[in-house]
Design a protein around this ligand. Structure first.
Ligand code: MRU
Length: 367
């Protein structure tokens, strides 16, 4: 995607050809800065501190983290240590474990002296594939938006609602939930996006609004509590969100608050779609509520708000009464029964074991 006329991916090799450059998402939307990662430890810290975030990008960064580790020491022990370090960074997004398993499968059979080159090659391939998967999700999601447009008057606005950030910043490029939105906008379909602010870290207000604004997509940021009200008034035609882990039965973990949007959508007959590449499916799980690990993040993300002061200073401000504690579960699980469909790179599936297995017989087999 383009920022100030320049095309970017979210992760690329630095000019020296071995370090890894990423966009520092903790500084957006106020400053566009890049960070260069020179070790597996730095890659792990970038994931942990959410310099990079979003399930597919977490996986891509971890893959390059393994490559950085192999530059220093490509022994069996160093490979396992890097996989363990990177695997412990964030618990919910399964793309992390998928990417690390793929790196292990590629590197472990090789002689140590072959591993560094193979690791960079595999990480680059994984990134290119992510771009292709997201683009394909965009095409399939565009079909749904076109169907909604067909039921409207010519030129009538289509209102979509999204939660958190599942755009190009959360992936290598294009995004998952935002890919169909970009394609629809580019095709001249008159779309408008309601962007949930997404407390506590405000990925909607900070990142989704920034992305959509940079691409010229009409959008309005709303408080997290406004979506149900807008749905009751008929002002939402479709909800579309991403996911950090989807079970083989179609239960969906995504940013905290997604479940409430799905409940409101269900109550109001608004279609609720989830966009995901197949590496986000955890074929080993069948009960999202019981089995998906939910990340508990620092209470400070709830007690404090990050933002720009009127003097133009970026800072954090306490908003909770001094002395009060706070809890911060970062994700929730939306049961499959509330999901209208899963938009994947191979098409749109019902959120069920049968639906997913029909699209992915090769991956579902034996799960
Ligand atoms: O905590 P984050 O910012 O990593 O959470 C991101 C999300 O919840 C996204 O919606 C999800 O990863 C889907 S991304 C394509």
């Amino acid at each position: 995607m383009k920022i100030n006329g320049q095309a970017y991916r979210t992760i690329w090799l630095a000019q020296d050809g071995w370090r890894v450059a990423v966009i520092d998402q903790t500084k957006l939307p106020f400053r566009f800065e890049t960070v260069t990662l020179g070790s597996a430890e730095q890659a792990a810290e970038a994931i942990r501190s959410m310099v990079v975030r979003g399930a597919p990008l977490i996986g891509a960064t971890a893959a390059y983290g393994v490559a950085l580790a192999m530059r220093v020491d490509a022994s069996d022990g160093a490979l396992e240590a890097a996989l363990a370090l990177l695997g412990a960074t964030r618990p919910t997004a399964v793309n992390l474990h998928w990417a690390l398993a793929r790196m292990r499968d590629r590197l472990a059979p090789l002689a140590p002296e072959e591993r560094m080159a193979a690791a960079y090659e595999e990480a680059a391939a994984l990134c290119d594939e992510d771009v292709a998967l997201c683009r394909a999700i965009g095409e399939h999601g565009l079909g749904i938006i076109r169907e909604i447009a067909a039921g409207k008057q010519p030129g009538e606005r289509i209102n979509l609602l999204t939660h958190c950030n599942a755009g190009w910043l959360a992936t290598v490029d294009w995004g998952t939930a935002l890919a169909p939105i970009y394609l629809a906008h580019d095709a001249g379909i008159p779309i408008h996006v309601w962007v949930d602010e997404t407390r506590p870290r405000n990925q909607g207000a900070a990142l989704t609004a920034y992305e959509l604004g940079s691409h010229g997509v009409p959008h309005t940021v709303i408080s997290d509590n406004a979506g149900g009200h807008l749905m009751q008034r008929g002002e939402v035609d479709m909800v579309i969100v991403g996911t950090d882990r989807t079970t083989a039965t179609g239960d969906v973990a995504n940013k905290i608050g997604t479940y409430l949007k799905a409940l409101a959508a269900h109550d109001n007959g608004v279609p609720f779609y989830v966009a995901l590449p197949s590496p986000t499916i955890d074929w080993s799980l069948s009960d999202g509520l019981r089995e998906i690990p939910i990340e508990e993040r620092s209470a400070r993300e709830v007690t404090h708000l990050a933002g720009l002061s009127e003097d133009g200073e970026v800072g954090t401000f306490r908003i909770v009464a001094p002395g009060s504690g706070a809890a911060n579960p970062a994700f929730d699980v939306t049961p499959a029964r509330l999901v209208t469909g899963l938009i994947t790179e191979r098409g749109v599936a019902p959120a069920s074991s049968e639906g997913l297995a029909r699209l992915f017989p090769d991956l579902a087999r034996g799960a």
